[in-house]
Design a protein around this ligand. Sequence first.
Ligand code: ADP
Ligand code: TRP
Length: 334
Amino acid sequence: MRILSGIQPSGTLHLGNYFGAIQQYVELQETAGGADRAFYFIANYHSLTSLHDAARLRALTRDVAVDYLALGLDPEKATFYRQSDVPEVTELMWLLSCVVGKGLLERATSYKDKIAKGLEASMGLFNYPVLMAADILICRSTIVPVGKDQQQHVEMAQDMAASFNAAFARDVFVRPEWRFSTGAKVPGIDGEKMSKSYENTIPIFLPDDMTDKQAWKSYFASIKTDSKGVDDPKDPNDTLMTLYRLLAPAKAAEFEPVYARGGVGYGELKKRLHEAYNEAFGPVREKRRAIAADEAFVEGVLAHGARRARSVAREVMADARDACGIATARELRP
Ligand code: ADP
Ligand code: TRP
């Protein structure tokens, strides 16, 4: 068994990302059974399909590495690397693109959505699922935890693995299975699904120059509520309670009956929520700062991860080349 998942470096992480996905990734490393069985990587080549700003891509890639390490990704328990440090991935993408039908890729809903949103219809964007299949297949991954929007991409990887094996009559690739990595659906401060595209997020890590008071004003005090008074009974599944349950489950369970009966106002719960947020993420913020200051550590983790992933990737790539008759100079063979 090998678990593998990619993370696009696409901006400031928020509570939706944490409770919806990151928490599950971190938990999986505990049960995977060793660093050789849990592979996580930063999909920086994928980001190039929508981001053309070198400095920003570099910064986002680094930030997401620091974020994940601070949030509990443990290089002793998981293999953590940058996609671009395993060049066999892009090499395999070519082989796969020679066995995948254009029609299959044209059915990708994510591609159609992105075009509808105004992204340029580049070949990179069109080939996005082929690159993702290469990520998955090059490491012989068997389980791919993803959000629902990525399910179709993993199914395409299953198709590409089967097409390649059938075309060259050799079982080079194993069939990967998707698994939903999603936890709770986290509401944003306007009550809709928290998402960076709706500007309703609460970040996991506050910007460096933001004070606690500003965080209170921008996030917690701004959570949308109705106009019920202190004594009115309130909805125990509203945005405030949903967030409180995620941030402080035990305290939320205790608070819930009073809230539902009436007798506490929204302001009180907002204050509790702010406190719970600081308790949950305050220590992690310190850890993040320390990791961010230690560039050599972060680079070391990623280099070590890449070496480990590459040793698998080179073997699989050698097998794939051989299966389809692509010769390799004797002295360059792994
Ligand atoms: P965004 O919606 O902010 O653009 P992404 O699409 O980059 O977030 O999501 C990255 C991961 O976080 C995905 O696995 C997604 O399912 C999860 N996620 C994002 N927002 C939420 C949310 N509000 N509730 C639960 N999971 C979420
Ligand atoms: N496309 C995925 C996303 O946007 C990221 C990703 C790239 C990925 N390669 C992958 C996920 C391989 C799982 C496996 O979330």
